[in-house]
Design a protein around this ligand. Structure first.
Ligand SMILES: [Fe+2]
Ligand SMILES: [Fe+2]
Length: 159
């Protein structure tokens, strides 16, 4: 849940960065709507961590700053790459949540419900990005994103 919470911190930063640089009013509005759901995800995961007696990742400020820079950069590259980056991020998050659903104990009903709802919302966010014209990212970029996400997942699991 600490990893998921950290992911939601990064989602905040990404959406903030992207809506700052996006120029299209309809896209800005859609980004804001998705960002609102990410704020809910952040609250759910934070609450679940405290219910479980865990702690939030020490790396959060660092990863927030990194994600904000990425969001701004993606925004500068133009709308279709901005949305393409968003769609790919959400798809990778979906895959992570899929595997998390499989590894959670069946009796942890609350965590399962949270992860499942987030998964549904992230799928919707990716579809929203595609709807507004997301470009398909080059394979190399997707692979680099997966590697980076893997490092982030492993480190926030520990720290
Ligand atoms: Fe989320
Ligand atoms: Fe999302």
């Amino acid at each position: 849940m600490r990893v998921n919470h950290c992911g939601e911190i990064c989602a905040q930063a990404l959406y903030q960065g992207q809506s700052l640089t996006s120029r299209d009013p309809a896209i800005k509005e859609a980004l804001r709507g998705a960002a609102d759901e990410e704020t809910e995800h952040l609250a759910w995961t934070e609450q679940r961590i405290s219910e479980l007696g865990g702690h939030k990742s020490l790396l959060n400020p660092l990863l927030y700053a990194g994600s904000l820079s990425l969001g701004l950069l993606a925004g500068v590259l133009g709308e279709k790459w901005n949305l393409g980056f968003l769609a790919e991020t959400e798809r990778q998050v979906e895959a992570h949540l899929d595997s998390h659903l499989l590894s959670l104990p069946v009796e942890d009903v609350r965590s399962l419900a949270i992860v499942d709802q987030m998964r549904l919302d992230e799928i919707k966010h990716a579809e929203m990005a595609v709807h507004y014209g997301a470009a398909e990212l080059p394979l190399l970029v997707k692979t680099a994103m997966k590697l980076a996400a893997n490092v982030m997942t492993r480190t926030t699991y520990l720290l």
